[in-house]
Design a protein around this ligand. Structure first.
Ligand SMILES: NC(=O)c1ccc[n+]([C@@H]2O[C@H](COP(=O)([O-])OP(=O)(O)OC[C@H]3O[C@@H](n4cnc5c(N)ncnc54)[C@H](O)[C@@H]3O)[C@@H](O)[C@H]2O)c1
Length: 823
């Protein structure tokens, strides 16, 4: 269910819908008079083509029909179901290939289409014909093509109007937002409806959803009438979602046991805006957006306009010639909107949100390509410096002829205007060769195959390892050592092999390299026992097992050193017990020297200080810091501990919920059923089951181990109850993530100050105290005293030098007790 709309909004929507029918017969919904469509006839969408394997054939023997079906399938997923199974880069490569083939055979069927064909046979939603077509853009990933684009424009203009052609042409450079293009249809300066691009000719009415999710539109229902001479016009632009929501939404989905993660903000926007159109027929489980809508009432989309198209006084008066009509060159355009740059200013005056610094004008001389560097500079600036931290996803730069009169002369080619061109940012995927495939054992024993590849730069980062997800994924891609593969890196996601590049030399095309016909692992790639079953890479000869309900294989040996290493690394992780000074290499040394057998042994380490000091790399200071950090971690509390002990499905957010709801470890352990955990925690069934099974193992040995673990925690005085302070920090953290930096502690004497801390604090170790102060009081904790420092906060045994300096400079000196008192 969508959130309820306010009464006034509902009234507004029904008013504009009624107006459509009563006042203007032209706007009868398309579905009422169109039943079939040529595009639909052509669209024999091969839904049975379930081949997810993205084998990219770089040999010249592709079957055109197969390629068509692939593209149609990806289009359907992308445009109708908001799913990208392959990267845009990969899609564009396939598309270019098909385009060449279709051109060669003079049959441009699929590559002439815009978006995906609209389903005219369903009665869901209203469909309207666009007054001028909503086109796509020519695009490239190569800077050389920018010169080709410029040259084509000059050649065309010269052919059309040899005498009038100017010496210089201005180009508007704009961000290419990676969202959803929509059209706001205004009549008499009043917003009548909001349409999707649809198939370019006909769009779908998404007015209700647009007004709900793009709140800024509510202030743009009526536009000032004195800004242009036009009263009827369309404003086209992109709907986007602030990137900060992506992490929040994916986390909410995980918290709701929804494993499908959105790869980008575009698919979220598309899924939500088209929700009412799709409803059940095309609905896909992966688009289960209700939980996140209910959980995140604050989510809103932004709209950035980029195209102004007058639509009154008949079509001849088009300001912008995206209709494809080239014969109206003599119409005089309102001077206030006769260029793209003026239009962008016009939008600002109208009250639209503008993304500052996102556009630029460059002037290029005809027949001279030297100035193209000005475009390249703008691209470089955005691609490598600004893009990463920009609030909205952008996937390139759009280069447009600025003058609307020249745009009109240039007109359109097929599915895109001749006057605009998109440079898409460098591929986030590259081809490399697999040198080896190794198995990585996770903390729960989950096996992940990892490809060791020929080092390659992918979007500025050198990649030498990339995940292959699971063993069946290798099987599906039919890759082997020596295969050429496509590696993708998206944002901060781990590099992933997304497909195989078929070459002449590769003779593994159609053979499985992981399993033979009897479903036994092929020995050459991984270690197998005599029975032919794959074993854990940890030398314990443990057979990997395929747990029911999981696609992955697991090592189930309790003493698997690889697993132990991951478990202990997770236990000490910042999100868990936050123990400083023990990375993977230190943990390996501790395991090798029998100083620990599991993570609970960390709390006994202080008994072996001498042995610790004798180990390589464990200096006196390091050992002391490590032991201090272990000691401090005892007070982290229940949420950190629940996160740390590795209950399947319990990460930092679910552990916080459990801690808050159950208040103590004993309460949680004493829960008598899965249902009681489900009800009390509010977490899903699967997660509750996982928690229950973790604390109530059927195996007697496992039960004894668990009891012993808890005994060790208790005997070492770990805080096994809810920790309000931690919880408060986490709440602040969530608020920060929601861009809501409200600080309730503005009057506190530690608020908004430059602070230096020294000594040992009861509150926690230094990192913790630093974190606490910075988040709770919005203060800056400095590493040493300087001219900015205002307060020296001291714990037990403060550094004398710092105390002296603070006294010398007359700084306020506060001690922890004071701080706790004020808290
Ligand atoms: N990964 C997949 O499975 C898959 C499938 C289909 C399509 N796609 C992607 O979609 C693309 C085709 O989609 P498309 O036709 O919308 O083309 P496009 O996204 O490459 O470019 C055209 C669109 O850019 C948008 N845009 C953003 N900022 C703009 C600006 N400042 N000025 C003008 N337009 C701007 C408009 O909505 C316009 O319609 C493909 O090139 C591919 O990248 C991916």
């Amino acid at each position: 269910m969508f959130r309820h709309q306010s009464k006034s909004l509902k009234t507004f929507i029904s008013t504009i819908k009624n107006n459509n029918y009563d006042n203007n017969k032209k706007f009868l919904p398309i579905s009422k008079f169109t039943t079939t469509n040529d595009i639909n006839k052509n669209n024999s969408n091969n839904n049975n083509n379930n081949n997810n394997n993205i084998n990219i054939n770089i040999d010249n023997n592709d079957d055109i029909e197969e390629l068509r079906n692939k593209i149609k399938r990806y289009n359907d997923l992308y445009y109708n179901k908001s799913i990208s199974e392959i990267s845009d880069f990969e899609y564009d490569k396939l598309f270019k290939r098909l385009e060449n083939l279709e051109k060669k055979f003079n049959q441009q069927i699929v590559t002439n289409q815009i978006g995906a064909p609209i389903n005219y046979s369903n009665n869901r939603g209203l469909k309207f014909r666009h007054k001028s077509r909503m086109l796509s853009l020519q695009n490239t990933y190569s800077k050389d093509d920018i010169i080709a684009f410029k040259n084509k424009i000059e050649k065309f203009l010269l052919k059309q109007q040899p005498v009038q052609t100017q010496k210089l042409i201005e180009y508007s450079l704009e961000l290419k937002y990676d969202g959803i293009g929509i059209s706001l249809v205004y009549e008499n300066n009043i917003l009548k409806r909001v349409l999707t691009r649809g198939d370019g000719e006909v769009g779908e009415d998404i007015t209700t959803n647009a007004l709900q999710f793009i709140p800024s539109l509510k202030n743009l229902l009526t536009l000032p009438s004195n800004l242009t001479k036009y009263k009827d016009f369309e404003i086209r632009g992109e709907v986007v979602l602030n990137k900060s929501y992506l992490k929040i939404i994916n986390k909410l989905k995980l918290d709701n046991n929804d494993q499908h993660q959105y790869k980008n903000t575009r698919n979220i926007v598309s899924g939500i805006l088209r929700k009412s159109i799709e409803e059940d027929e095309n609905s896909d489980d992966s688009l289960n957006i209700e939980p996140m809508l209910l959980l995140n009432e604050q989510m809103k989309f932004d709209f950035f306009p980029y195209n102004f198209i007058p639509t009154n006084n008949n079509n001849n008066n088009n300001n912008n010639n995206s209709s494809g009509d080239n014969n109206n060159n003599n119409i005089i355009i309102d001077e206030r909107c006769n260029s793209q740059s003026k239009n962008l200013k016009l939008f600002e005056k109208m009250g639209f949100q503008i993304d500052s610094g996102s556009s630029n004008l460059v002037t290029l001389s005809i027949n001279n390509n030297d100035d193209i560097k000005n475009i390249e500079e703008f691209i470089k600036e955005w691609e490598f410096k600004k893009r990463e931290n920009h609030n909205w996803d952008i996937d390139g730069i759009v280069i447009k002829v600025n003058d609307i009169n020249i745009q009109r002369i240039l007109g359109d080619i097929n599915r895109s205007p001749r006057w605009a061109f998109a440079y898409k940012f460098g591929a986030k995927s590259e081809v490399s060769t697999i040198n080896d495939i190794v198995l990585q054992v996770g903390k729960s024993g989950r096996i992940t195959p990892v490809a060791i590849v020929e080092p390659i730069q992918v979007h500025g980062v050198t990649i030498s390892r990339a995940t292959l997800n699971n063993l069946s994924y290798i099987n599906k891609l039919k890759i082997n050592i020596g295969s050429k593969v496509l590696i993708e890196r998206a944002g901060d996601v781990i590099p992933k092999i997304i497909g195989k590049v078929n070459t002449h030399q590769d003779n593994t095309n159609n053979t499985s390299i992981i399993m033979d016909n009897d479903n036994k692992f092929i020995k050459s790639l991984f270690k197998c026992n005599e029975k032919g079953n794959i074993i854990c890479p940890c030398n314990l000869e443990t057979e990997l097992i395929n747990k029911v309900g999981y696609v992955d294989y697991f090592c189930v040996a309790d003493n698997c050193p690889n697993q132990l290493l991951q478990q202990i690394s997770w236990f000490v992780d910042k999100k868990a017990m936050n123990i400083q000074g023990v990375g993977k290499s230190q943990i390996s040394i501790l395991l090798e020297n029998d100083l620990i057998e599991d993570f609970s042994d960390l709390y006994e380490l202080h008994k072996y200080k001498d042995k610790l000091l004798s180990l390589k790399g464990f200096s006196y200071t390091k050992v002391n810091n490590l032991l201090d950090s272990i000691e401090a971690s005892k007070q982290r509390g229940l949420a950190s501990l629940l996160c740390a002990i590795g209950i399947p499905g319990i990460g930092s957010s679910n552990s916080k919920i459990l801690s808050k709801k159950f208040q103590s470890l004993d309460n949680l352990i004493n829960s008598t059923s899965i249902e009681s955990i489900e009800i009390q925690s509010g977490l899903g069934r699967q997660t509750s089951e996982s928690i229950f099974n973790f604390f109530n193992p059927l195996d007697q040995f496992e039960k004894q181990s668990l009891d012993f673990l808890i005994y060790k925690f208790k005997s070492n005085n770990l805080k096994l109850t809810h920790n309000n302070i931690i919880d408060e920090i986490n709440d602040n953290d969530t608020n920060n993530n929601n861009n809501n930096n409200n600080n309730n502690n503005g009057n506190h004497s530690l608020s908004n100050k430059y602070i230096v801390i020294t000594g040992k604090f009861k509150l926690g170790d230094r990192d913790f105290v630093k974190d606490y102060i910075q988040r709770k009081f919005n203060s800056k904790v400095q590493s040493s005293i300087n001219s900015l420092t205002q307060i020296l906060l001291i714990g037990e045994k403060p550094a004398i030098a710092k105390l002296n300096k603070a006294n010398e400079l007359g700084l306020q000196i506060k001690n922890e007790d004071e701080f706790e008192f004020e808290n």
